[in-house]
Design a protein around this ligand. Sequence first.
Ligand code: UD2
Length: 309
Amino acid sequence: MSKVLVTGGAGFVGSNLTDELVEDGDEVIVVDDLSMGILENLKKSPQIKFYQKSITDYEFMKKLLINEEFDYIYLLAAVASVADSVARPYETHKINQDANIFILETIRKHKLNVKKILFTSSAAIYGSNLQLPKKEDSPVDPLTPYAIDKFATERFVIDYGRLYGLPTVAVRFFNVYGPRQNPQSPYSGVLSLISQAIKHRSAFTLFGDGKQTRDFVFIKDVIQALILLTKQNKVTQQVFNVGSGQFVSLLQVIKTYESISNTQLKMIVRPERLGDIKNSYANIDKIELLGYNPKFDIETGLRLYWKSL
Ligand code: UD2
């Protein structure tokens, strides 16, 4: 049994990760300010301890880290909205970067004996780079405060490994989807918005011609990747893409979803979003070499998502 910290553990990815850790017999401490996450995402379990706190509460975080002696730390708490980072660059920077560095610094200063620290970055860091598929050593071009903070923090995380010997790893998420993805904002993941529109028979706004492609990766495959990277001791000071390694157009996804749900999606077509990228997908060779094996193709994933709604 390990003691694990999941920041952002009440959110979409964090709560699915917490479920899996609990299943594995771990004790999980969740820190989440519920700005995006929701408490109902967490199962009632004696193995879960929940703190409604922001990771920017430094006094709290310091005490927690020193007192609990975590084996593993997953840094998932973030303002996940790119648009929000554009509207509030400094506020989101304090959360997306500074608070994470504070955690690393506390571990370093107090010589805390953590087995692995995993930070979640994003495919957003590749920015305008059109090269496909995206490889970990492809050029990056972070274009928004969100992407800049993700990239810089990723570098800090790796460097805390190189400079101070902390066992660290970072992942770059592609388009994660699945149960508990929050459709609350227009900038939420497109599949959560499509799910909501199908379920409530409301309209979905399609930006562009629908031929844009994405690497949609099902949440359970993402959790497989996260756990694999933390449990392999030799994997440290490295960054990995986490995607499905496949791409699919929005129109194809919509067609598949309509047939699964036996519903026709009402669509309003608008011009493509400013700055939207046309195509994106991950080269996942690096993580596959470690044993990562994504199991959910888009149809299977969408079926499970639909069933969960
Ligand atoms: C994803 C990430 C974003 C950033 C970016 C980096 C999500 C939710 N967002 O943005 O944080 O990392 O990748 O490249 O994972 N769309 C519609 N109608 C809608 C919403 C979206 O047509 O109501 C389109 C949108 O214009 C885009 C595609 O669907 O072409 C996917 O949109 P998204 O917001 O789910 O994800 P993405 O890849 O733009």
